[in-house]
Design a protein around this ligand. Structure first.
Ligand SMILES: NC(=O)c1ccc[n+]([C@@H]2O[C@H](COP(=O)([O-])OP(=O)(O)OC[C@H]3O[C@@H](n4cnc5c(N)ncnc54)[C@H](OP(=O)(O)O)[C@@H]3O)[C@@H](O)[C@H]2O)c1
Length: 242
């Protein structure tokens, strides 16, 4: 992996961790991989765009996070599992002095998570469900009974600023959000995104799911802070102007 900006350098694994380290305090970063034409899936999942470098960045971002936030659509499509100590992410976390596990927080207005899902049953750090009061009370109770930490944030829909506050209240200040597009759109609209970490795959895909599913109320401006490259894949780190 080589850094192109701000100052050219070759990065080893420790250098990659440093390249993505966050300053102390509250921060929400989004991580996506997209093709040159803005597609984020091939055949319904992101794997077809990935590379060895992207998988390393993915692990580093997870290793640095207090919590991994994800929309239920992505958790279901990508077969999300809990972060365990014996996983590659768990080992990387331990090697940089962090607790080996971190919770996954699933955003679902309808509380769609299944209590029998591996994300629930395999969790060491209890999985978190972020939902709203309109979600079925029976589903919420069943998830709580299965060990899920249920955060009710909002009445008819999930209020994302409240959700981020509640996560910080649980000690999860540094949030890695792994999408998907509906959650990215809502998060930008709610003004909770500090950073976009975008892997840009040198591929053209066409007609698949895009980074954003609909227009934003206003054009969102971003500032390029860092650019890495490996195997033709660009790894951009942007600050979102709030
Ligand atoms: N290339 C990449 O980096 C990347 C990253 C992420 C995802 N993806 C792809 O994106 C696709 C999934 O897209 P998606 O738009 O369905 O994903 P999503 O945003 O993860 O999921 C949408 C679902 O999540 C819940 N949700 C999201 N935002 C919410 C909000 N603000 N308030 C309440 N609930 C919210 C809702 O669940 P309920 O219906 O349960 O209420 C909604 O139906 C998959 O194919 C995945 O592979 C690609």
């Amino acid at each position: 992996m080589r850094r192109l900006l701000p100052s050219p350098a070759d990065l080893d694994e420790a250098g990659l961790v440093e390249a993505y380290r966050l300053p102390a305090g509250r921060r929400l970063r989004m991580n996506f991989i997209a093709s040159l034409d803005g597609a984020i899936t091939v055949g319904g999942v992101s794997e077809g765009l990935g590379s060895a470098g992207d998988r390393r960045v993915f692990r580093v971002l997870r290793a640095l996070a207090d919590v991994v936030l994800v929309g239920h659509g992505t958790a279901a499509a990508e077969g999300y599992r809990a972060i365990t100590a014996d996983s590659a992410v768990g080992r990387l976390r331990a090697s940089i002095g962090r607790p080996p596990t971190a919770p996954v927080a699933v955003v679902s207005r309808r509380a769609s998570l299944d209590p029998a899902d591996g994300l629930v049953t395999g969790a060491v750090s209890p999985t978190i469900l972020i939902t709203c009061a309109a979600a079925d009370a029976g589903r919420r109770a069943a998830l709580e009974a299965a060990g899920v930490t249920v955060l009710v944030c909002g009445d008819d829909d999930v209020d994302l600023p409240t959700a981020v506050d509640r996560l910080a209240g649980l000690g999860h200040e540094q949030v890695l959000c792994e999408g998907g597009p509906l959650l990215l759109h809502a998060s930008l609209g709610a003004g909770v995104v500090d950073e976009l970490d975008l892997s840009i795959a040198p591929a053209l895909v066409g007609g698949e799911t895009r980074l954003l599913p609909a227009g934003l109320a206003d054009v969102q401006r971003l500032e390029l802070r860092q650019l890495l490259e490996e195997d033709g894949v660009l790894f951009a780190r942007y600050d979102v102007r709030r």
